[in-house]
Design a protein around this ligand. Sequence first.
Ligand code: C5P
Length: 226
Amino acid sequence: MQVTAIVPAAGRGKRLGSTVPKQFIELEGKPVLMYSLEALDRIEEIQDIIISAHESEINTIQKLLSDFHIKKVVDVVQGGEERVQSVRNAFNRIGATDYVLIHDSVRPFITPGTVREVLAAGIAHGAAISAIPVTDTIKFADTNGVIVKNVNRRGLWLAQTPQVFKYNILAEAYRAYDKRPVDITDESGLVELTGVKVKIVAGSILNIKITREEDLILARLIAGMP
Ligand code: C5P
C-alpha cells in the first residue's frame, strides 16, 4: 500500500503582516515547515512527499531539505493562488498511489500518533480528517460586528490537517470541482460535496495553524516545551 503526503507551503502569510512567509519563520532555530516535514519523513507508512511552494521559494526549500536531511521529498512543485490549487498542483504530480495525506506546512506540531490515527481512519473509511470539537460559544454576526444569532456548538468541529483520502476519491472530487467550482478551503470540503462520508479523528489543540501574530507567541511556547 502506497501513501503519498502533500505539504502545501505556497502561502504568502498576508494575515501575519511579516515579510517572511510564516512557513519559513524559525522556532527554536528551525523553520516552521521543517517540523512537519521531519515528522512526515519519519513515518514509515508514508513513502513519498510532494511540496508545493511559491516559485521564488523552490530553491530555498530544496536547500532546507538537504540541510535537514529530509529523504522522502520527490518533488517541489509550483503552488497556486489558493491553497486548494497548491494542493492540486502537487496531486497532479503523483504518478500512482493508494492514499493521499495532506498536511499544512504551517501546522508544525503534528504528532506521529495523530498522523497514524488519521491514516488508519482514512484507510478504513476512504476519507478522514483531524479536527477538534468547538468549545467556545459561537455567535453569528453581521458585517458591522453585531450579533445576529447564536449558533449551537453541538456537533461543530474545527477542521485541521492531516487529512487523508483514497486516491480515487480525491481524484473524483477534483473532477466534480472542475464541473462546478466552489469556494472551499480544504480538500475534505471538496470530497464531502461528492457525497463521500468523511470520518473525523479527534485531534489536539496543540496542532495550531500559524496564521496571525499571536499564533507565533503560542508556537514559540509549544516549540520550547520539554
Ligand atoms: O492561508 P492558510 O492559512 O489557509 O494556509 C494553509 C496552508 O496552505 C499553508 O501551509 C500555506 O502555505 C498553504 N497555502 C498554499 N498556497 C496558497 C495559500 C496557502 O500552499 N496559495
